[in-house]
Design a protein around this ligand. Structure first.
Ligand code: CDP
Length: 230
């Protein structure tokens, strides 16, 4: 039996963080928290309400009206995000949101709001959280930290396939440009830029199957509790 710890998975866009996080959470009986979904839901609210991103007072008052919650869908056992009581799990994956989210996620007040909520969710431990700054800022003392990378072409293909299933009109170049832009903004913003934490283990899954990446992560978790005798 694995004690309840915090596992963080950070990395660039579309390198399979959420797939691995869900696999791990299921295997360990932990909760899975998609921190990116929180930034996407906040962005959806800002877009719907025409929040002016250069107006701090407007941003602060918008955040006061936002309540985010994860609820497990009994049909598929996925934890889905609710914005003020509305299930927005699917609509937040739209390109309209993806095109704005990194700009919104770079705002100081937005990060303070999201990080506080994420830390609260981690109080009970027994969670896998994925994102950009989880191992560096949200849970710097997490027991297991993974930093995921994959070749850009593979990432674009994976995200395109995922989005194409929902919208056959999706354009490959639009997906590719969005990934490149978000990676750039996420890595270069002032507050909590995307970085590998010094104690995070690098996982390149370009050529790994889902089973291989899960085995790699499970070994890291088990090694925490049963260190290999030297
Ligand atoms: O699925 P994908 O990896 O493309 O993105 P996501 O995890 O849904 O995150 C969407 C966006 O939210 C990222 O591009 C970041 O701008 C922001 N984000 C962040 O700033 N910090 C996090 N911990 C998670 C996401």
């Amino acid at each position: 039996m694995i004690p309840k710890i915090i596992i963080t998975i950070d990395g660039f866009s579309s390198c399979g963080k959420s797939t691995l996080a869900k696999q791990l959470a299921r295997k360990l009986g932990y909760a899975y928290i998609d921190s990116g979904a929180m930034y996407r839901a906040i962005t959806l609210y800002f877009v719907r309400n025409n929040v002016d991103l250069s107006n701090v007072a407007e941003i602060k008052s918008a955040l006061e009206n936002i309540s985010l919650e994860f609820i497990v869908n009994p049909k598929n056992e996925h934890s889905e995000i609710y914005l003020n009581g509305e299930n927005v799990e699917y609509i937040i994956r739209d390109l309209v949101v993806a095109e704005k989210v990194s700009e919104v996620a770079a705002l100081k007040d937005v990060r303070t709001f999201a990080v506080a909520a994420q830390q609260q969710m981690g109080k009970e431990r027994g969670i896998v959280m994925d994102g950009r700054d989880i191992g560096t800022t949200v849970f710097p003392h997490a027991a297991v930290k993974i930093f995921m990378v994959a070749d850009e072409a593979v990432r674009v293909e994976r995200r395109f396939t995922e989005m194409f299933e929902k919208n056959p009109n999706i354009d490959l170049d639009e997906v590719k440009n969005n990934i490149a832009l978000r990676d750039y903004i996420d890595s270069n913003r002032k507050i909590s830029p995307l970085r590998q934490a010094p104690d995070a283990v690098l996982l390149d899954n370009t050529n790994l199957s889902q089973k291989e990446q899960l085995d790699f992560a499970l070994k890291l978790v088990h090694d925490q509790f049963e260190p290999v005798a030297k």
